[in-house]
Design a binder for this molecule. Structure first.
Ligand SMILES: [Zn+2]
Length: 410
């Protein structure tokens, strides 16, 4: 298949470029009036229209007036969940804090209760619906976490649901085990016992069924400590799971440093960062992941994207799609918020949402840019003048069509 007369082909990278960092994030390689050739689900060529020679009669699609970009890679979500929590949202508008809502039985524990009451089939149906919605907004690969089960059966139910999504859809779905998301009510005064349950019961079963690739923990004041993280990541490694962790959302307690010790693939959130935290991330393979729609929704500081660029630390942008702090899986909105609230360029937001998102899921060899040999995971825009129009005209969907592994999904 050849896509022709593309107004701008955006996000071209060389094969060896697996992530972007520092001021190079402000650059995007573009070809104006371009073609893109696809075969067997992969990109096999591209260039200027004037250089295109078509030997045989090929399937041609004329994209006059439209931009073609790599699909978004959303590397941090909790897309599998039961029920919704708009009641807590309204409580918050009426003056209750996030902590007060949690103390009343709201928050993660509320989602855990709803999870327990929901069958695996209903859970799957709701998640499938959400996944289709985000694919229609241009997401071409996604990471999904467990963490609302908080019991052996609940966590397995969530991870099996993620596995089913991966089997049903062409897009890449990466599974992360987040048993240490919150302390269930039953273990309120016995954290050690819950950690034991994760280590001795949940992890062996997850390995046996091959249900996850990554392990996560919510390392935060009043949740899980740095020592807890050490234990969980150590146990995870024994069962073949690599760390991708929640750190520095509300407080800086040394989680980044500990995660780096364990060769974390990514450290996520980072709304609160001190000098030591920045230094720990310098020249490391671990990538930072920022979640602007979470900051927007619960009114907390935004991650320090600009500072990370200045310090040459690579970061990805993701939605954190979840029922409590970011009930939205739209990567276009994430891009807009990064530009508007974090004050970074559309180019940097774009790089963080495509190639760097892929890096945070360890798939940037195969996707995340327009590169010969990579998967044909692409987005086609409506008739717009430039990619800068997308975050500028925020809150609207300018993606008309999405192709995953060479197949149009819409
Ligand atoms: Zn999260």
């Amino acid at each position: 298949m050849i896509l022709t007369n593309i107004k701008q082909l955006v996000g071209i990278q060389s094969e060896d470029k697996l992530k972007t960092s520092g001021f190079e994030m402000n650059k995007l390689n573009i070809i104006e009036n371009a073609y893109l050739q696809i075969n067997n689900g992969k990109i096999i060529g591209f260039g200027k229209m004037k250089d295109l020679s078509m030997d045989e009669i090929e399937e041609v699609e004329d994209l006059t007036g439209k931009l073609v970009l790599p699909a978004w890679n959303d590397s941090h979500t909790h897309l599998v969940y039961a029920g919704t929590r708009e009641k807590e949202f309204i409580d918050r508008i009426n003056g209750l804090s996030y902590e007060e809502i949690a103390a009343r039985g709201g928050g993660i524990l509320n989602s855990a209760k709803l999870m327990e009451e929901t069958s695996e089939n209903d859970l799957y149906a709701a998640a499938e619906n959400r996944l289709k919605q985000v694919m229609n907004m241009g997401t071409g690969a996604i990471e999904i976490k467990s963490g609302y089960g908080l019991s052996l059966n609940g966590e397995l139910k969530m991870l099996r649901t993620i596995k089913r999504l991966n089997e049903k859809f062409d897009l890449t779905v990466k599974a992360t085990f987040l048993g240490a998301h919150a302390l269930p009510k039953k273990y309120k005064n016995n954290k050690e016992k819950y950690l034991d349950l994760i280590i001795k019961e949940m992890l062996p079963n997850i390995e046996k069924e091959g249900l996850a690739e990554y392990i996560d923990i919510f390392c935060e004041t009043n949740y899980f400590s740095v020592d807890d993280m050490h234990k969980i990541l150590e146990a995870g490694r024994k069962h073949g799971l690599k760390p991708k962790v929640h750190v520095n959302q509300f407080t800086s307690i040394g989680g980044i440093q500990k995660a780096i010790e364990w060769d974390a693939i990514s450290v996520d959130h980072l709304e609160v960062m001190n000098g030591k935290d920045f230094n720990a991330l310098k020249n490391k393979s671990t990538i930072a992941t920022l979640l602007p729609s979470c900051s927007f929704f619960i009114n907390i500081p935004f991650g320090p994207a600009k500072k990370l660029i200045e310090k040459n630390i690579s970061f990805a942008l993701a939605t954190d799609y979840n029922p409590g702090s970011s009930p939205n899986g739209n990567m276009n909105l994430v891009n807009a918020l990064a530009c508007i609230k974090m004050n970074i360029s559309p180019e940097a937001a774009f790089n963080a949402s495509t190639l760097n998102g892929a890096y945070a899921m360890e798939i940037s060899k195969n996707t995340g840019s327009i590169t010969e040999g990579k998967l044909a995971n692409i987005n086609v825009t409506s008739n717009i003048n430039s990619y800068g129009f997308m975050p500028y005209s925020f809150g609207q969907n300018h993606i008309e069509r999405t192709m995953i592994k060479g197949k149009w999904i819409n």
